[in-house]
Design a protein around this ligand. Structure first.
Ligand code: 13P
Length: 243
């Protein structure tokens, strides 16, 4: 089963429920689990629409504590209460835009598990790090520092330079990093690829060994594109099952 996760980032309004309704109406896609991570303001609204369907919801970040005097923050327990079953932690937009470091990312992932959520822990190198040949060292450090010891978790490999740029690593480059991550994480941990995934490149990226899904930004905002990516995942899952 491939996990096709949409990270809406800071996009969406109440009316965007039309996208969720379209995903629900499309029905289950064999071999692909759909997950949408909208802004937290929309979770409860969307939860009413996906209830009983094949579509899951997630948050985009969480605070490591369950409650407290943390103005502007949202806890994993609150996300769960609003209908989430996953939460993204350590996205590069949090790491770079909000100065989040690995120990904090790990604390968030552990808090997510405690709240009954599956954390999606993001790792990935910057362009300078790739050009310096340090990609695997960077990813290794992030895995060592940010992953919980055990428990349900998903890892997302998102090269920072591929996010929102239309550029992607080659399948061989993705294969190298995913095989490395697979050697470091508990067996059967889902490892997603993220960064400029679209309906045109999804089949090639999802067919790479050790790629068990995608974390999709821009292309997850339109139901037709997101569903096309999920169908590519379904095809990849069939090939895998047959091999
Ligand atoms: P894009 O798909 O828009 O490149 O974003 C990727 C991403 O950051 C998903 O978390």
């Amino acid at each position: 089963m491939q996990l096709i996760a949409g990270n809406w980032k800071m996009h969406g309004r109440l009316a965007s429920v039309a996208v969720i309704e379209a995903l629900v109406a499309a029905g289950p896609i064999k071999g692909a689990q759909l997950l949408v991570c909208p802004p937290a303001t929309l979770l409860a609204h969307f939860a009413a629409v996906v209830r009983g369907s094949h579509v899951r919801l997630g948050g985009q970040d969480c605070h490591p504590k369950t409650d407290g005097a943390f103005t502007g923050d949202i806890s994993a327990a609150m996300l769960a209460d609003a209908g989430a079953s996953y939460v993204i932690v350590g996205h590069s937009e949090r790491r770079l835009g909000h100065g989040e470091l690995d120990p904090l990312v790990r604390a968030k992932a552990v808090a997510a598990q405690a709240a009954g959520l599956t954390p999606i822990v993001c790792v990935g190198e910057t362009l300078a790090e790739r050009e310096a040949g340090t990609t695997l060292a960077v990813v290794d450090r992030q895995l060592e520092g940010a992953l919980p010891e055990a428990g349900p978790m998903v890892v997302a490999y998102e090269p920072v330079w591929a996010i929102g740029t239309g550029r992607t690593p080659t399948p061989a480059e993705v294969a190298e990093v995913h095989a490395f991550i697979a050697s470091k994480v508990p067996e059967r941990t889902a490892i997603l690829y993220g960064g400029s995934v679209n309906p045109g490149n999804a089949a090639a990226l999802l067919a790479v060994p050790h790629v068990s899904g995608a974390l999709v930004g821009g292309a997850s905002l339109a139901a037709a594109d997101f569903l096309a990516i999920a169908r590519a995942a379904s095809a990849a899952a069939e090939v895998e099952a047959g091999s």
